[in-house]
Design a protein. Structure first.
Length: 290
């Protein structure tokens, strides 16, 4: 474990930022430090030199790109909590990296049983950032442990756990995988095909409008209208087709033809059900069967 007793907290923050970039993005440059901390080039150089003296096996400089890259022997100097990292990235808040990373004492979640793992999230993020395919072992409910080659392009929080959206080479289709079910992940050399990229993921790129209303069976509809800040009794939101199942499940939206679900369990209803035609997501939609 590195000795930080003689290093100021301000410099520790910069060292932690270097550590964070290497772990989750796979690379860091002096310009990243300059831009993030508003320091000079000389200061950024000193920080990178100090980091390398503390962890010489963690990074290597490639003069062609002037970037420091994460090595296979990388071992983080600082704790990086995956859920904190993912929350900030999902909210376009990555620039507000802070040290230490720890949960708030005054803002808490009531229940969270599934926690993201840095050992999984970090290589997935590196693969996404560098547009790389991965070889992995994955545990599914239907097949158990299988070896797969995937091309990940996005991480998704469905309200309960993190999924990664990938092109699955064995099935030749884009699918979602639960992040915690990966046993190991290795980045592959070479660039994926264009047909494996996010631009070819039709369900991901298809954005659809949803008109949500209080469930017709709700006795006091105004309560639901206030909960969701509805205007004239409805709320219109847009979502990606690939995320439709997650949204309707998390928000408990009755998507059935005659709104047959219990309004006490499903306070919202989908008014424009015609948008569901020709979508391959029906098993995930509350009240819809194949």
């Amino acid at each position: 474990m590195a000795d930080f007793s003689t290093i100021t907290l301000t410099q520790q923050k910069r060292l932690a930022f270097i550590d964070f970039c290497l772990e989750f993005f796979g690379q860091v440059a002096r310009a990243d430090l300059v831009g993030h901390f508003q320091t000079g080039i000389a200061s950024a150089t000193r920080d990178l030199t100090l980091y390398k003296s503390l962890a010489p096996d963690n990074l290597v400089l490639k003069h062609q790109t002037k970037l420091y890259y994460r090595t296979a022997e990388f071992s983080p100097l600082f704790p990086h909590h995956a859920e904190e990292v993912l929350f900030r990235l999902a909210n376009k808040d990555a620039d507000k990296f802070k040290l230490p990373q720890r949960p708030s004492d005054v803002c808490v979640e009531a229940v969270r049983l599934i926690h993201a793992s840095s050992s999984t999230i970090a290589p997935l993020l590196r693969a996404i950032m560098h547009k790389k395919a991965i070889h992995c072992r994955y545990v599914s409910l239907s097949s158990g442990i299988t070896e797969r080659e995937l091309v990940p392009h996005s991480l998704i929080n469905n309200g309960y756990r993190w999924h990664v959206r990938c092109y699955d080479r064995s099935n030749q289709a884009f699918r979602d995988f639960v992040s915690n079910r990966f046993l190991d992940i290795n980045l592959l050399d070479g660039q994926p095909l264009k047909t494996e990229s996010v631009l070819s993921d039709t369900a991901w790129n298809n954005v659809i409008p949803l008109d949500l209303i209080p469930h017709p069976g709700v006795k006091h509809k105004q309560a639901i209208e206030l909960d969701y800040n509805m205007t004239n009794g409805s709320l219109t939101v847009e979502t990606r087709e690939a995320l439709l199942g997650y949204l309707t499940q998390a928000w408990r939206v009755d998507c059935s033809a005659n709104y047959r679900l219990d309004p006490m369990q499903f306070p919202l209803a989908l008014a424009n059900k015609e948008v569901l035609k020709n979508m391959d997501v029906s098993p995930l939609l509350p009240g819809v069967t194949q």
